[in-house]
Ligand binder design. Structure first.
Ligand SMILES: Cc1ncc(C[n+]2csc(CCOP(=O)(O)OP(=O)(O)O)c2C)c(N)n1
Ligand SMILES: [Mg+2]
Length: 818
């Protein structure tokens, strides 16, 4: 046993220490300690979990080992992870004790989601699994099916997938457990979110950043998060950093992050059960005292919330060695601990003895159901972590109360004459959404809510801040302990909070700089996958609110920040994911933005990506026209077109705000310089209208697409993002070979707004040149105009280089054909 002695050894190597480590001692008991009989039952329950975990990894027959184990009882392919399971089940059974003892409302998040056999075993033992999937009944046949389906074709995945009752976190991609946990805890004052963090997971950037979440949790109106760092020492094939620094260093690190860590260390189950029970009692008492003090007397200081460091062997309770290799307590226990059981009779015997060592015959009755004495160790009904409605958040979801977005409209009497600041106007709408939904709506942004011009929200609520306040904060700091705007400079943490918040049945709006959305590409991917499964396969999961992402501070107005801030590629990432859950909107003006956001806030089960710049822009549509245009998703702007009653010579199309302005300016130039040219102007708000209906539910029918874009006329498409995306969406369309897409060509620089568009050829002059080149009858007759257009490019760039800004007629451009 590696216990206190080993710990002392490590401590000889002493770094600086701030405060004594709270380590639960081996031999001390308190009046509060569980009785010997309770500990015996906890251990038996844990053995049942471990038995089931191994059953899932290995068996497809003989589930209770009522016959000698033979090769034909084994799955042909052995897939899954053992190493994390026993520690996670150990944690789960102890949390069950806690829930019952203190009548808690608790959910469980498995950071190392590959330890799913632990979560699944517990869901099965609690009866939830059989309630949700009746064929996995609590008897030998049901258990057999339960084992067989695990990580098996046609069955379930090997992680805490959406099919897993009680899970809101798949844990396939490590790093987001703590941020998800906090998202779940916000505005859930009676909830405790237990979150197991893998010690390998702790090495990820997102996890480390998320440890700061405790500065954003309000003990009065939020619930608690109880992190349990699962220090089992190893990842797939390496030791973990956290396990190979001294306990003092680890303690200092976590204390520095503001936590009060309780160390539970060892490998002797009876001792460890008692220590874990004591540690968790301490944690609950501490949580209750923090919350009680704050709820009675207000928040005096930032709470130091408890957490547990569980140092126990990886693959705990496995054979110590397999042949000459260490198994328990080493990375070799990570996946299938004994891989060659089918070919190696001696190893098959070891597996059998190992499984029999849990004494299944003492744990399950004649039918194969967990015996009543152990059944009663788990909570019942909704108090089971596997059945807690917070982990099926749609059940708790209430629609937002939304003010009428028309009341916030930018006045537009004629198209393209007046200017407005779209995101500022949106901020006014969101302010009132916030006012009417002060318990289930939050706004997220990495230090940028004001920068993105959504600052009107602060009139309804401030930014959450539980760290130190300084006098100067009163001067525009907008900080408050009970604020509902979440700002931290970690896109990962914010995205994780936002996901945790919607997954538990609430509503979010997340705004971030366009270029830095890439930081959460992968998190978006995972969330989209989760949603897709829930929507298409896991019918018992209730619909949750959409994840609403505002992509702002966009590429086209980063002329001053330069190249690093220019990247519209998040949209490409989004289009890779299932059409069932992805939506992309590019509202061209403020009123379209209002209508779009109103729609998104009402929707469920999507990721809504809305692209809108934060600078003043010309306004085109009054609020009624905007609502209609957004409803259609794509349409002809007849006021910009002159092809009424005839076939157009060219279609000019746009998707995006800045590129719409340039496309309109090009249209105006062409209408003046080539008055005979028949132009049709199309604007797309809903990008997926471009895809065929067979590819996306928002896709236009071919008939509608062809009548809009024609089947034979050149289409000059000015797009906000990378041009290839439009080709990808529209490549099956009849007129695709006539589509010429302008978009960001990765030409970034410090420039003026027009200069940047010229660099990438989405500017009015280059667009007009392209039209002349593509319309057969203008090819030669348009030469003079083309020449003039080239002059304009040269002159405008020269002006920008001389004065550092665009010419007044560019800056103050208005639609001239009104
Ligand atoms: C972001 C990410 N990188 C890599 C992996 C591949 N991977 C799966 S499990 C694992 C080791 C996890 O170790 P730890 O967090 O200590 O969990 P344990 O199995 O020990 O509980 C790795 C690297 C992953 N799932 N996610
Ligand atoms: Mg580990």
């Amino acid at each position: 046993m590696r216990g206190a002695e080993g710990t002392r050894d490590r401590r000889r190597n002493k770094p600086v220490m701030n405060q004594a480590i709270t380590e639960i001692p081996d031999a001390v008991t308190s009046e509060n300690s569980p009785s010997a009989d309770e500990l015996r039952k906890i251990d038996a329950y844990w053995r049942a979990c471990n038995y089931l975990s191994l059953g899932m990894l290995y068996l497809c027959e003989n589930p209770l080992l009522r016959e000698p184990l033979k090769v034909e009882h084994l799955k042909k392919r052995l897939i899954g992870h053992w190493g994390s399971d026993p520690g996670q089940s150990f944690i789960w059974v102890h949390l069950n004790r806690l829930i019952k003892k203190y009548d808690l409302n608790m959910i469980y998040i498995a950071g190392p989601g590959h330890g799913a056999p632990a979560t699944l075993a517990n869901a099965y033992l609690e009866g939830t699994y059989s309630e949700v999937y009746p064929d996995k009944s609590e008897d030998a046949e049901g258990m057999c099916r339960f084992f067989k389906q695990f990580s098996f074709p046609g069955g379930i995945g090997s992680h805490c997938t959406p099919e897993t009752p009680g899970s809101i976190h798949e844990g396939g991609e490590l790093g987001y457990s703590v941020s998800h946990a906090f998202g779940a805890a916000f505005d859930n004052p009676n909830l405790i979110v237990s979150v197991v963090i893998g010690d390998g997971e702790t090495e990820t950037g997102p996890l480390m950043g998320s440890l700061h979440s405790n500065k954003f949790l309000n003990p009065v109106c939020d619930g608690a998060v109880l992190p349990i760092l699962h220090l089992n020492g190893y990842k797939i094939a390496n030791p973990t950093v956290s396990a190979r620094i001294t306990s003092e260093e680890l303690h200092s690190l976590l204390e520095g992050f503001g936590w009060a860590p309780y160390f539970v260390e060892g490998d002797d189950p009876p001792v460890m059960h008692r220590k874990m029970a004591m540690a968790l009692d301490e944690c609950v008492n501490r949580i209750r005292s923090i919350q009680g003090d704050a709820r009675r007397g207000g928040i005096q200081e930032r709470p130091r919330w408890p957490m547990v460091i569980l140092r126990s062997p990886k693959g705990w309770t496995a054979p110590k060695k397999l042949d000459e290799h260490q198994l328990e307590g080493y990375w070799r226990a990570h996946q299938i601990p004994i891989p060659d059981v089918a070919d190696n009779p001696a190893h098959l015997k070891i597996l059998e003895e190992w499984m029999r060592g849990y004494k299944p015959e003492e744990l399950f009755d004649a039918n194969g159901k967990l015996i009543p004495e152990l059944k009663e160790m788990a909570p019942i009904g909704k108090q089971r972590m596997s059945a807690n409605p917070h982990a099926n958040g749609g059940l708790l979801r209430k629609s937002l109360r939304l003010p009428n977005f028309r009341g916030y409209a930018a006045p537009v009497t004629k198209p393209g004459i007046s200017q407005a600041l779209p995101t500022y106007i949106l901020g006014e709408f969101l302010r009132d959404v916030m006012r009417d939904n002060m318990a289930n709506f939050r706004v997220f942004g990495p230090d940028e809510t004001a920068s993105n011009r959504l600052e009107a929200i602060y009139a309804a609520t401030k930014k959450t801040w539980l760290a130190e306040f300084k006098p100067e904060d009163l001067d525009g700091g907008e900080l408050s302990r009970d604020g509902r705007v979440m700002e931290m400079l970690s896109e990962h943490t914010l995205e994780g909070w936002a996901e945790g918040y919607v997954l538990t049945g609430r509503h979010v709006f997340f705004a971030s700089y366009e270029a830095f959305f890439h930081i959460i590409d992968s998190m978006f991917n995972q969330h989209a996958k989760w949603l897709e499964k829930c929507k298409t396969e896991v019918k018992w999961r209730a619909s949750i609110s959409s994840l609403n992402l505002l992509v702002t501070s966009t590429v086209w107005r980063q002329d001053h920040n330069g190249f690093t801030h220019q990247d519209p590629g998040f949209l490409d990432v989004v289009t890779n994911k299932s059409a069932v859950v992805t939506r992309i909107y590019l509202p061209p003006d403020a009123n379209c933005l209002l209508s779009t956001v109103d729609h998104c806030l009402r929707s469920v089960d999507y990721v809504n990506v809305i692209v809108a710049d934060k600078h003043p822009h010309p306004q085109y549509l009054d609020i009624d026209a905007a609502a209609k245009h957004c409803e259609k998703g794509i349409g002809i702007w007849s006021w910009a077109s002159n092809d009424l009653g005839s076939e157009p010579d060219v279609v000019i199309a746009s998707a995006g705000d800045v590129v719409t302005l340039e496309a309109l300016a090009a249209t105006a130039i062409l209408r003046e310089k080539c008055p005979d040219l028949k132009i049709r102007f199309i604007n797309a708000v809903d990008l997926f209208r471009l895809q065929p209906t067979s590819e996306h539910p928002h896709g236009l029918s071919d008939r509608d697409f062809n009548s809009l874009f024609t089947t034979d006329r050149p289409v000059i498409f000015n797009f906000h993002g990378y041009p290839a995306l439009i080709h990808k969406l529209a490549y099956r369309r009849a007129n695709h070979e006539n589509m010429h897409v302008h978009g960001y060509r990765e030409k970034g620089s410090i420039s003026t707004p027009l200069g940047l568009t010229i660099l990438n050829q989405v500017d009015r002059f280059n667009l007009a040149i392209d039209v002349i080149d593509r319309v057969p009858r203008l090819k030669t007759s348009g030469a003079h105009v083309k020449d003039w257009l080239r002059d304009q490019i040269v002159e405008n760039l020269a002006y920008a280089h001389e004065y550092g800004m665009d010419k007044p007629e560019i800056r103050d451009w208005k639609w001239p054909c009104a």
